[in-house]
Every structure is written in C-alpha cells, then in structure tokens.
Design a protein around this ligand. Structure first.
Ligand code: AMP
Ligand code: MG
Length: 348
C-alpha cells in the first residue's frame, strides 16, 4: 500500500476507535429539596463521573447556604438577627458580609423597595410559617409600629474587623428575595470550575444556565399566574439567569382578599398591582433582587427602578392581566398565552 494511504487508514481507524470508546453525550439530572423548593440540576456531558461530582458539590453548597442563611432556624443569619434584637455587636462571616453589602446596594438602587431587612414584617404577616395558619391579618397599629421605625438593611453597619452592629432593633434580615439568585450563581461557578460547560440549575422555576443541550438551547417555561401551565417560554444558549417573583408563590386568602409574601416596606402591606415579574440577566443575584424590587415598584414605578438596578430584560404581568415587556425581553421570549393584552414599553 502507498505510504500516505497507510497513514490515512491508521488515522481513520484511530478516530473510529476513539469515537467508539467515548460515550455519547447526554443529559444527566439530579433533584433535591432545599430553600423550601425543588432544585433540579441538568448537565449535558459525555462524562458521567464529572456530572456526579457536579451534583454532589451543588447539593452540599445549597444545603450549607440554606442552613447558614435561614432567618428563623438556627444558623449564622439567625444568630445575627438575635444579636440585632438584643442590640449586641456580633462577628459575622465573609458570606454574610458579602450578602449584606449586596443587599445594601440593591436597597439603594431600588429606592428602598427591595429591603432584606423586611423580616419583622414577614413574621408579623406569618409568611415565615405555613400558609394555612393565617386566621387574621395584622392590625394597622401592629404594622405602623414597624413601618414608623422603617427597619432597613441600610441600618446595618459592619466594622473593619467584621463585626456587625445595628441601631434599629426591628431589623430582621431575611434574604428570601435574593438568596436563590446567589445560590444559582455559586452553583454555575462550581460546575464551570470542574469543567462543565453545559448545564442548567433550576430552583423552583428560577434558574441559571450555561451553554446548551447538544447545540439546542435550554428551553424553560415561565409560570402563568392566572392558570395552569406556562405564560411564556425562553430559549437560552448562553450564561443567563431567569428569575420570577409571583403572587402565587406564598399567599393566603382572608375575607375574599388575597395577601401574598412580597411586602412593600413603605406601607407594610403586600403589594396588590402585580401578578408576576420576570427578569433575565447574566447575574442570578441581580435578576432575583430585581424581580422582587420591580414587583414592589409595580406598573407605575418599574421603569425607574429597573434602570437604576441596571436590568433591561423585564416582563411584568399585572393583576389586570396585562403583559408589559421591554423590547429586549420581547426579543428573548415567546408569549404562549394570547388572552393577555401585550404592551411593549422602553425603560427610558
Ligand atoms: P422572591 O420570590 O424572590 O420575590 O422573594 C420573596 C421573598 O423575599 C419573601 O418571601 C420574603 O422573604 C422576601 N421579601 C418580601 N418582601 C421583600 C422586599 N420588599 N424586599 C426584599 N425582600 C422581600
Ligand atoms: Mg427575588
């Protein structure tokens, strides 16, 4: 045989053997429960061992974060809340310092509407507990006792030695508005660090993804606040987070009125004008905080808050069944429910 043909044959046989010994890439999935919700992780790879390593690292990270950041169960954040109630100084971990600083930034950018110091109101409305224990709504005086002191994350001061102090002892930190965003950012970083390029981490409908699934985008649905199923679908094939705040997540009904878990720190009452808000951004923590902040801002103030937070892919669904989309969001998603009135609005 001619020498060149021989070499060519050897190379082809080598490639054939290599491709047969390499398992076909596929989606590996893991599911577990933490942060009060179902977490599902999907990884597209040919390397099953690597996927298993990713699953176990994410499980351990989420479980740790849930323990450390739970406002009411024993853990770091709970210890800080107790110290604040007693007007004591307490040394806090770099994790809490990072989240308090992030919370303070989002609080300023949202003109105080996003406030992770909302815990006293969350407790007063019993949203720290299961929905079926509600027998009455708080009285006006119980609410104004808190709102008149305006507990805010801006009241928390951290000294250069890592000690936290807070003059306002009605501050109770509750990171429910952005902890899942922080956790999904961490999860995706963990996966990238171990060499995984294609994955999606979904925390009860809020998610972050990287890469794609065999060249096809990851497809995700956004829940319809008015009926079963999805109101919209999003195709993503890059590093992106999709976060939704909805009035259907945690609520109770009293005398025909529905009260849900997102509270306006100014009035002390759950907001009433919004059904859901979705924000898409590379950063999970920002998308999560912005969805909550814009939910509180509502249809009249959302543009100013979105601009100041630096997000432009925003979808609002009002209680009046109107969908408001920014042009950037309109390009990214497909609306599936044609019964809702759709309006495109620029942020500026
Ligand atoms: P999300 O589902 O991300 O909108 O977060 C809702 C959770 O954030 C609630 O269950 C509370 O723990 C907390 N929360 C409620 N109101 C606010 C607010 N105005 N700012 C920040 N966090 C809030
Ligand atoms: Mg949020």
């Amino acid at each position: 045989m001619h020498r060149a043909s021989y070499i060519f044959l050897v190379i082809i046989s080598f490639l054939l053997v290599a491709s047969c010994s390499q398992p076909k890439p596929q989606v590996f999935s893991d599911h577990f429960f933490t942060f009060g919700t179902d977490i599902s992780v999907s990884i597209f790879t040919h390397d099953k061992e690597m996927a298993i390593k990713g699953f176990s690292a994410i499980r351990s990270e989420f479980n740790q974060l849930n323990r450390k950041l739970h406002p009411w169960n024993p853990g770091e954040l709970n210890s800080l809340n107790r110290a604040i109630a007693e007007s004591e100084n307490i040394e806090i971990s770099p994790l809490l310092i990072e989240l308090i600083h992030a919370g303070q930034k989002f609080n300023t950018q949202s003109a105080g509407l996003f406030d992770p110091a909302i815990g006293s109101l969350v407790k007063l409305w019993k949203f720290d507990q299961s929905a079926n224990i509600h027998t009455s709504i708080p009285s006006d005086s119980e609410i104004t006792n808190i709102t008149s002191q305006r507990p805010s994350i801006a009241n928390v001061v951290i000294d250069p030695n890592g000690y936290a102090h807070c003059e306002n002892n009605l501050v109770r930190l509750d990171f429910g508005g952005f902890a899942k965003g922080y956790a999904t950012d961490k999860a995706i970083k963990i996966l990238k660090d171990i060499g995984i390029d294609n994955a999606i981490v979904n925390a009860g409908g809020d998610l972050k993804s990287i890469g794609n699934k065999n060249g096809a985008p990851w497809m995700v649905g956004i829940r319809n606040p008015f009926s079963a199923g999805a109101v919209a679908s999003v195709a993503i094939n890059s590093e992106l987070s999709v976060f939704t705040s909805g009035n259907y997540e945690r609520f109770f009904k009293k005398d025909g009125t529905t009260f849900h878990h997102i509270i306006d720190p100014e009035t002390g009452f759950p907001t009433t004008l919004m059904a859901s808000v979705t924000v898409i951004h590379d950063s999970g923590i920002l998308a999560d905080a912005a969805a909550t902040a814009i939910f509180v801002a509502g249809p009249n103030r959302w543009q100013q808050i979105a601009k100041s937070l630096g997000v432009n892919k925003v979808m609002l669904i009002t209680s009046e069944k109107e969908i408001i989309l920014t042009p950037e969001m309109d390009k990214q998603i497909t609306i599936l429910d044609s019964t809702l009135k759709k309006t495109i609005k620029e942020i500026n």
